[in-house]
Design a binder for this molecule. Structure first.
Ligand code: ZN
Ligand code: ZN
Length: 275
C-alpha cells in the first residue's frame, strides 16, 4: 500500500478538456517557491505548479496560438530564445500560449500592457490509467458511504462503522493520512449502508473532485478540506463563547444561500440552529 504514495508521477484533470494529465512528479527548489511546468494538450497547454514536496498545488490551461497563423502588429521578445512573440491586442484574448519547442511562452494581456512567462515544457507520460485510493474505496463501498465515513470521523469519532475486509487497508491508510490517526471504531464485516445526511454533501463533492487525481494530490486535497472544516469550526466555537449564537449565525449567513449544505454542516458541528 505504501508504494502508492511514492508514485513518481502525477495525475490531474485538465481544466479545459477534462482528460487526465499525467507527468513525472517535480519538486520545487524552495518553499514558498513553486515550480511551473507545461504539457501540450492538443490546442491548449496545461500548466502545473509543484511545491517543494512534489505536490501539484495548482493546474491551469491556456489556449495555444500558432504564431504562423496570426497577423500581429505588436511583438515582444522571448527571454529564453530571443524569438519574437506576437502580442494579440484587441481580439478578446486575455491570455494565450505559444509553443517554443522546449518551452512555452504564456502571454497575459492587460489593456495595452503585457506580461510574458516562460515555462519549461515536459512530455506527458503514457501509463495505463489506474484507480487512485479514493476511487478504489468508492468502488468498494460507494460514494455516499465514503462521504458519510468522513462526516462521522468529524462529528462522531467514536461511532462503530462496519467495513468490508476488501477496503480495510485502503480506508485505514486514507483516514490516517487525512486525520493523522484512525478515527471511528472500524469493524470488519458486511457493509451496513450508512443513512445519508445532507450535511455530508461537502465531503461527497470533495471525493468527486479528486477521483482522477494521483494518490498524493487526492489525499492532500481531502486532508486540507477536512482541516479547513475543523479549523473553521474551532474559530466559530470561540466566537460562540465570546459573542453568542446570534453573532455566529450572522457570520454564517453568507453561506446560507451560497452553500446551504455547508451551512447545515457548520450548524451541526457547532450544535446550533440558525433561523
Ligand atoms: Zn486538456
Ligand atoms: Zn522562446
Amino acid at each position: 500500500m505504501n508504494t502508492t504514495l511514492i508514485e513518481d508521477y502525477v495525475s490531474l484533470i485538465c481544466p479545459t478538456c477534462q482528460r487526465p494529465v499525467r507527468v513525472v512528479r517535480i519538486y520545487a527548489p524552495s518553499q514558498p517557491g513553486l515550480k511551473l511546468v507545461g504539457i501540450k494538450h492538443d490546442d491548449h497547454i496545461v500548466v502545473i505548479k509543484f511545491d517543494k514536496y512534489g505536490v501539484a498545488r495548482d493546474i491551469n490551461a491556456y489556449k495555444l496560438i500558432d504564431p504562423e497563423r496570426v497577423k500581429a502588429e505588436h511583438f515582444a521578445i522571448c527571454k529564453r530564445c530571443k524569438r519574437s512573440v506576437p502580442l494579440l491586442f484587441g481580439r478578446g484574448l486575455r491570455e494565450y500560449a505559444i509553443d517554443h519547442n522546449d518551452h512555452f511562452v504564456i502571454i497575459f494581456l492587460m489593456g495595452k500592457t503585457f506580461v510574458l512567462q516562460v515555462i519549461d515544457k515536459i512530455p506527458p507520460i503514457r501509463i495505463a490509467p489506474r484507480l487512485n485510493i479514493v476511487a478504489r474505496i468508492r468502488k468498494e463501498i460507494g460514494l455516499k458511504n465514503l462521504a458519510m465515513i468522513l462526516y462521522y470521523a468529524i462529528t462522531e469519532p467514536n461511532r462503530v462503522v462496519n467495513i468490508p475486509a476488501t477496503v480495510e487497508k485502503d480506508l485505514k491508510f486514507l483516514l490516517r493520512e487525512i486525520f493523522g490517526r484512525i478515527p471511528l471504531r472500524l469493524r470488519i464485516g458486511p457493509l451496513v449502508e450508512l443513512n445519508w445526511v445532507e450535511e455530508a454533501d461537502f465531503f461527497q463533492r470533495k471525493i468527486l473532485q479528486v477521483l482522477g487525481f494521483s494518490d498524493k494530490e487526492a489525499l492532500t486535497v481531502l486532508k486540507e478540506s477536512v482541516e479547513m472544516i475543523i479549523n473553521m469550526t474551532e474559530s466559530f466555537k470561540r466566537l460562540l463563547r465570546k459573542k453568542g449564537v446570534n453573532f455566529v449565525c450572522d457570520q454564517l449567513s453568507y453561506l446560507k444561500e451560497k452553500d446551504p449544505k455547508l451551512f447545515a454542516l457548520f450548524q451541526k458541528l457547532l450544535g446550533i440552529s440558525c433561523i
